[in-house]
Each structure stands twice: as structure tokens, then as C-alpha cells.
Design a protein around this ligand. Structure first.
Ligand SMILES: Cc1cc2nc3c(=O)[nH]c(=O)nc-3n(C[C@H](O)[C@H](O)[C@H](O)COP(=O)(O)OP(=O)(O)OC[C@H]3O[C@@H](n4cnc5c(N)ncnc54)[C@H](O)[C@@H]3O)c2cc1C
Length: 455
């Protein structure tokens, strides 16, 4: 098919090198990624997705699928292939009576949060509002509501998807249940999701949330206290520990800007008075240098970390789950974090458990429900300068944690090879996913992703 013929079939746009908008469309969150697709279909409808799949088949082009463009390895952008850019399909429609959100395959988390909160509703999404619903949900989807309501994928009721043959199918508990299982954690391996239907719950608008901050030199004592305190925490509380140099944000006192700190970022979504009571011991522990944990709108908290993960910088991360924060792990963490150099590097340790751990291990393709904490050791620099040193720091810290590794969350993987993808799913789930892939995509048409090749 010629480009002219393709254009006549599309509701959206076809971009080729040299076209206005081509460079913007191929640019993703991580500025390290610089690939040049032969064509970009900016899909404006499910029919455009079908057309793009057929064009790629006809021209034997590799495809990449883009939603928020936040995969750290830039899998959305295929060099010399066909990129299916779903961002024009970013609408969210909420049915307040059935408490359901119908989310198009190219939507960003912020759009989902805003649309749901208009009716006082929410569902688990990630922690940075410009991340895509597509990639995040297909790999699992951890967010501030995960301990109370499960992962993003646990709240999906149905998927509408275009297959490798260009057919449109739906998957739910009752329709194509095997595919439904696989889509709940199996990533972009089975097709292109044009619509997610999410269950929502009433929430907010006010919650109790934000960071309590200590000097990083106190981190050893803070984390030991935190570990014991959190063991009794109800599911209404989710926390993330961050080690970094304090950013120059208005919420942080000026004298702290650039100083190494440890923060426990809290998100309490239950009764606010009960939350104030539960959080008191943490806020009174030691000598915090700042406490910006406060009653605020849920939507504000969902965008709080956006300035720390600005698109267009150089990023790298490497991740692992651990069962617990033992003394050895705490000591290692403090020692390594004191070596962080870049003022832009920000490294989260996620508290897991709660509703995530109560979903049956075999119910979804997502693996790692038993994890205690998830380390996503990450770094960031403005550009190439100083990046290699930071990346070496990540690799060395990650290796030092190896004795305690317990699997890895697929969405925190970079381009780390087939073994790491297998490790992420575990042998039994990986075999089941491979069988599903063999059935649905025997040619491995969807392969630029955390790939599960057909058996
Ligand atoms: C700043 C930042 C914050 C993050 N925060 C969180 C977080 O809070 N919780 C969490 O769980 N993860 C988080 N992540 C990890 C995130 O889940 C993954 O990077 C995910 O791949 C991002 O999805 P995306 O749609 O933005 O990325 P993209 O690069 O657009 O997509 C990634 C891959 O997903 C697949 N894909 C995307 N959309 C579709 C679709 N509609 N149909 C089929 N396949 C699709 C494709 O295979 C694609 O290659 C974060 C990442 C970053 C960079």
C-alpha cells in the first residue's frame, strides 16, 4: 500500500520522516531513546489501529505501540518500523451509576484520575500523571490505591483489543477468560488494547498525604522505625520511601534544597481523623526537617511527583523485589544512597502488600504478589553529562542487593533480555503466557516489548 492509499484509510494521521510533527511523535519520555520509525500512524479510532496492523503486515514492518511513551527502554518506538501512536485516543468516559471508567488505549493517568474524580470516583493508577494507562495497566499497575484496591489490572473489568490478525476481540471474566488472565500483567504481547473498562470506587476528594522528610544521615534509624510501624498499618495507608537530594520545590523549605534527604511519602485514603492519629508516631519520630503530609485533594497528590520525572531528561532504572527491610538491606541502602550525585536522581522503595497480596497468585499473569517492598533504583541527569557515573551507581547497588532479590516487576524492567522477562513472571506463569502467545500471535508480531515469544 502506498502512503497516499494508507492516508485515505485513516481517521488520524500518517507521518513519515520530514513531515511536520514526525519528530514530536517519535519522542518519548526518556531522552536517551532516539529512534526513527519509517512510518507513524497516529491512530484516532479503533479502525485506525486495525488499518495500522494490516499495513505493517503488508509491508513486513516491525511495530511499536505507544501510549504514554514511558517505557524506560523506549519500546514504543521501532527503528525503521511502524509506530502505532495511540495518543490521539486519549478519552475517558465515566459511567457514575455503574461506577465504571471507559478508557481509550492511548489515555494518560491524569485524564483517568480527573474524569473519575468529577464524580467522586477513582481507581488505582500510577504515581506520575503523564504515564500512560496502556503500558502501566497491561504490566500490572501499582499506585497509591494499590494496598486498598489492588493493582490497576485487578480493577479492569474488560478489554477491547485488536489482535495480530487485525481482528477486534473483547476479554473479560466470561469472554475469552484466558486472554483476560494474560492481559492482566502480560503486557503488550497479545494485541493492542483500544479500550479498558475499569471498576471505580468512591474516593476523596480530600485525602491525607505527602512526605515527611529527614536528613539522609538519619535514614538508618528512620527506616528501622518505619519498618516496625508499617507492619501494623491498615490498607488505608500506602507509603513510598524516597532517597534523593531535596528538590527545589515550593513544598520543601529552601535551606534543604540540594541536601541529601530521606522521605516517607504517605497516602492515607480512609477516615481523615483516624489517619492523623495513625501517622502521628511517624511524624514525631526523630527530628524531621520538614513535614508536608497534609489534607489535600487526591488529584493534587496524584500529580505531586510529576516535577521529579520530567520528560526529556536521561533516565535509567533497575529494579528488584525484596521480602522485607532487614537490617542488612537498610544499612546497604543508606550507604549507597549517600553516594547519589545527581540532584535529579530520585529513587523509590515501594511498600507492597494489602489488597495486592490478597488476589490469588493464579488469578492474573502479574507475578510478585508476595513482595514486601519493590526497589526501583533509578537515576536521572539533564542530558548525557554525568549519566554514565549515575548508571554505574544503579548497577552496582542493584548487584549488591542480589542476595535478597525476589523477582522483579515487569514494568520496571528496561531492555534487560529474555531471562529477566522470565524471572519477572516465574516459570509456571511464563509457560502459560507462552502457550497463550502461541495461540494468539504465533509469528510474534507484537515483539518490541517485554517479549514472551511463542513456544
Ligand atoms: C515517570 C514514570 C513513572 C512511573 N510510575 C509508575 C507507577 O506509579 N506505577 C507503575 O506500576 N509503573 C510506573 N511506571 C512504569 C510504567 O508502568 C511503565 O514504564 C509503562 O510501560 C508505561 O506505560 P506507557 O503507556 O506510558 O508507556 P509506552 O512506552 O507508551 O508503552 C509501553 C509498552 O506498553 C505496551 N502498550 C502500551 N499501551 C498499549 C495498548 N493500549 N495496547 C497494547 N500495548 C500497549 C507496548 O508494548 C509498549 O511498548 C512509571 C514509569 C515512569 C517512566
Amino acid at each position: 500500500m502506498t502512503t497516499t492509499a494508507i492516508r485515505t484509510h485513516l481517521d488520524g494521521q500518517l507521518l513519515t520522516p520530514g513531515d511536520a510533527g514526525y519528530d514530536a511523535a517519535r519522542t518519548v519520555w526518556n531522552a536517551m531513546v532516539d529512534r526513527r520509525p519509517r512510518m507513524i500512524v497516529r491512530a484516532a479510532s479503533p479502525a485506525d489501529v486495525v488499518t495500522a496492523v494490516r499495513v505493517a503486515r503488508d509491508l513486513a514492518l516491525e511495530i511499536g505501540v505507544r501510549c504514554g511513551g514511558h517505557n524506560v527502554a523506549g519500546f514504543a518506538v521501532p527503528d525503521d518500523g511502524l509506530m502505532i501512536d495511540l495518543t490521539p485516543m486519549g478519552d475517558v468516559r465515566v459511567d457514575p451509576v455503574r461506577r465504571r471508567a471507559h478508557v481509550q488505549g492511548g489515555a494518560l493517568l491524569g485524564a483517568l484520575d480527573r474524569a473519575a474524580q468529577r464524580y467522586g470516583l477513582a481507581t488505582t493508577a500510577g504515581n506520575v500523571s503523564h504515564t500512560g494507562v496502556g503500558g502501566l495497566t497491561l504490566g500490572g499497575g501499582m499506585g497509591w490505591l494499590a494496598r486498598q484496591h489492588g493493582l490497576a489490572c485487578d480493577n479492569v473489568v474488560s478489554y477491547t483489543m485488536v489482535t495480530a490478525d487485525g481482528e477486534v476481540v473483547t476479554a473479560s471474566r466470561t469472554e475469552n477468560p484466558d486472554l483476560f488472565w494474560g492481559l492482566r500483567g502480560g503486557g503488550g504481547n497479545f494485541g493492542i488494547v483500544t479500550e479498558f473498562e475499569f471498576d471505580c470506587v468512591p474516593l476523596g476528594p480530600q485525602i491525607l498525604a505527602g512526605p515527611v522528610i529527614w536528613p539522609m544521615t538519619d535514614s538508618g534509624e528512620v527506616l528501622r522505625f518505619y519498618r516496625d510501624w508499617i507492619a501494623e498499618a491498615p490498607d488505608d495507608l500506602m507509603t513510598i520511601i524516597v532517597h534523593r537530594k531535596a528538590p527545589p520545590l515550593p513544598i520543601i523549605p529552601e535551606e534543604l534544597h540540594g541536601q541529601p534527604v530521606v522521605m516517607v511519602i504517605c497516602c492515607w485514603v480512609g477516615d481523615l481523623e483516624e489517619g492523623e492519629r495513625f501517622l502521628k508516631p511517624l511524624r514525631e519520630f526523630g527530628s524531621p526537617v520538614a513535614d508536608v503530609c497534609t489534607q489535600k485533594p487526591y488529584l493534587a497528590h496524584q500529580a505531586m511527583l510529576d516535577p521529579s520525572f520530567v520528560p526529556g531528561r536521561w533516565y535509567y532504572f533497575k529494579s528488584c523485589d525484596v521480602a522485607e527491610l532487614s537490617d542488612e538491606i537498610i544499612d546497604l541502602t543508606v550507604e549507597r544512597c549517600l553516594q547519589i550525585e545527581s540532584p535529579l536522581s530520585s529513587f523509590p522503595i515501594w511498600q507492597m502488600g494489602g489488597a495486592v497480596s490478597r488476589v490469588g497468585e493464579d488469578e492474573t499473569a502479574f507475578n510478585g504478589r508476595g513482595a514486601g517492598f519493590t526497589y526501583n533504583i533509578g537515576v536521572c541527569t539533564e542530558n548525557e553529562e554525568g549519566f554514565e557515573r549515575e548508571r554505574d551507581w544503579v548497577r552496582s547497588f542493584w548487584s549488591a542487593l542480589e542476595p535478597w532479590h525476589q523477582g522483579v516487576y515487569v514494568n520496571f524492567l528496561g531492555d534487560e533480555g529474555a531471562d529477566r522477562v522470565q524471572e519477572s513472571y516465574g516459570a509456571a506463569k511464563y509457560a502459560r503466557l507462552q502457550a497463550l502467545k502461541t495461540q494468539l500471535d504465533p509469528d510474534n508480531f507484537f515483539r518490541i516489548n517485554q517479549n514472551i515469544p511463542p513456544a
